[in-house]
Design a protein. Structure first.
Length: 225
């Protein structure tokens, strides 16, 4: 199920697990009390690129008619009115609107899609940690009892629209079908002409990770001696 124009020479591209950019920072405030120990409050914002996925024709009636192949496809040039899939006027209009409304496809008009060329939205979250160190005098030395409270994805606790994680379902090697269906094709002198193609705008290009997109809390205890 490797996406390629030529399955015997798929070409070098990005891994399914590639995280292109990741920014992690820490903001901390420390308060020392006269006898009550030390308190900390920390915010940890994390920003990272979305997961890579491939725009490809995944339906069983794809371009190559090969059940073991996921086909990359040519993105028509909307501005010049290209219609390489011989879609009806209504289908072509819907397909053109989908292309223009997608950042990746709109930027690759007149080109073939590439494996893992597109990405889900950025995954951003902010964690919160509250921590306090209690000094314990054992007579010989000072030990420390540390109590911590963490809210993972604190941003989602503030707003349900924040801290959302996206992913591409890995049913066909992280492939997303743009909605094209190839009803038939004819080949003449090595050139294929698509006939009887249809189009249906896909409902979603990616999914939300329901577990990672929800805030969670945990309590920690540590005794240092």
């Amino acid at each position: 199920m490797n996406q390629a124009l030529n399955p015997n020479n798929p070409g070098l591209t990005y891994s399914n697990f590639d995280i292109r950019h990741r920014i992690v920072s820490t903001i901390q405030y420390k308060k020392t009390w006269q006898r009550g120990g030390i308190s900390y409050i920390s915010l940890i914002p994390t920003f990272q690129s979305g997961s890579p996925f491939t725009y490809a024709i995944t339906s069983s009636n794809n371009l190559t008619k090969n059940g073991q192949q996921v086909d990359l496809f040519y993105v028509p040039n909307v501005t010049t009115g290209e219609n390489p899939y011989n879609l009806s006027a209504a289908n072509q209009q819907a397909f053109n609107q989908f292309i223009q409304g997608d950042t990746y496809l709109n930027a690759h008009q007149g080109q073939y899609t590439t494996r893992n060329g597109a990405r889900t939205p950025w995954n951003n979250q902010m964690d919160l940690r509250l921590m306090h160190d209690f000094p314990i005098n054992t007579g010989k030395k000072i030990n420390t009892l540390q109590i911590s409270f963490d809210i993972i994805n604190f941003s989602n606790l503030i707003s349900k629209n924040w801290g959302v994680y996206y992913f591409s379902p890995n049913t066909l090697n992280s492939s997303v079908d743009p909605g094209l269906s190839i009803g038939g094709r004819t080949i003449s002198n090595g050139v294929a002409t698509v006939t009887g193609a249809g189009y249906k705008t896909p409902l979603a290009k990616w999914s939300v990770d329901q577990f990672s997109s929800r805030w969670q809390a945990q309590v920690g205890v540590r005794y240092s001696f």
